[in-house]
Design a protein around this ligand. Structure first.
Ligand code: MRU
Length: 328
């Protein structure tokens, strides 16, 4: 598996070659690969690698080691439900297999990747249909090609709307502390020739009050059955500001991001990462000595603040439990 190391962007395009499930797990934890769908896809390839090595070691009893590796992968990042969704698929695909499981499992991982790419193109076209000509958008974090199999969820809509000539301006938040907006969203939009204006995270409400923003467009890490949506920390604040300033809020996510086992956002686990990510900048301490930090990396936006949920199976506007159930 070749992963573009997202920690190095935009300074260098460095690829990491990986041939064990343990190394895939470490790559997910350390943010070499990030973004909910991309995490799920990487984990699916990790599962196939796990089956290959487990079968090589013990052709008759590979399944126990395979199951253990799936659990190791599952524990890497708790909020993105695409991870568990992809690993459940890899577990189901493995169930009937006996002799060499690798060909069937690598084929299943490939299917997960190819289906995600197709879903992104479908969501892009569908989400862009909601955007009127002359629109200005704000996006948060990176929900683009880097975060998926390609094209992107929120950035897929941006790409499609830009291609249709409907966009006047795209704003992106920096997205502290990993700067997914400044480093990744800006990098991939500019490679496609789409101009982007960065703002600090704290400037978003002021932007919506003083300049025209028609839509705030984001991805999702986990959507509850009622439409409550976990996404990068700061999304909830954007939704509150959007409602106050009459901008609309669009969540773009494949059905693999919807967790129908959780009825509301209260059931979504929110990942908390190391305080050092806040206290340091580029591994250099910037916070005052002795200061501590709390670093939740996702928040939950209530469905009531979301105007449209765009999936590959259709748009639910506004998201309701019935509308979401109908997608399945
Ligand atoms: O911590 P990250 O960078 O993995 O967080 C990513 C996000 O919050 C994205 O918005 C989300 O995964 C959707 S990506 C299509």
């Amino acid at each position: 598996v070749r992963l573009l190391d997202q920690r190095c962007l935009p300074a260098t395009e460095t690829y990491v070659e990986i041939d064990t499930a343990a190394a895939i797990a470490a790559a997910i934890e350390s943010m070499i690969v990030r973004g909910a769908p991309a995490i799920g896809i990487a984990a699916a390839y990790g599962a196939a690698l796990a089956a290959r090595s487990a079968h090589a070691l013990d052709p008759g009893g590979w399944r126990a080691a395979y199951d253990a590796e799936l659990e190791r992968l599952r524990a890497t990042r708790p909020t993105a439900v695409n991870l568990g969704w992809a690993l459940d698929r890899m577990a189901r695909a493995a169930a009937p297999l006996g002799a060499d499981p690798f060909p069937a499992l690598i084929a299943e991982a490939e299917r997960i990747r190819v289906e995600d790419l197709a879903a992104n193109h479908a969501m892009g076209a569908s989400g862009a249909s909601l955007i009127a000509p002359g629109a200005s958008l704000l996006t948060h974090c990176n929900a683009g090609a880097l975060a998926t199999a390609g094209y992107g969820t929120a950035l897929g809509v941006v790409r499609a709307a830009w291609g249709a000539g409907r966009l006047v301006r795209v704003y992106a938040t920096e997205t502290r502390p990993w700067l997914q907006g400044a480093r990744l969203t800006a990098w991939e939009l500019l490679r496609d020739g789409i101009p982007v204006t960065l703002i600090t995270d704290g400037a978003a409400a002021h932007l919506m009050r003083t300049r025209r923003i028609d839509w705030v467009i984001v991805g999702a890490d986990r959507i509850a059955a009622n439409g409550d949506t976990a996404n990068k920390i700061g999304t909830y604040a954007l939704a509150l500001a959007a409602r106050a300033q009459r901008a609309r809020m669009m969540v773009v996510a494949p059905r693999s991001s919807i967790d129908r086992t959780i009825s509301t956002g209260a059931g979504i686990p929110v990942e908390e990462r190391a305080a050092a990510e806040v206290l340091e900048f580029g591994s250099r301490r910037v916070a005052a000595a002795g200061a501590d930090a709390w670093n939740p990396v996702f928040d939950v936006t209530p469905a009531a603040l979301i105007d449209a949920l765009v999936t590959e199976a259709g748009i639910v506007s506004p998201p309701t439990p019935q509308g979401i159930a109908a997608l399945f």
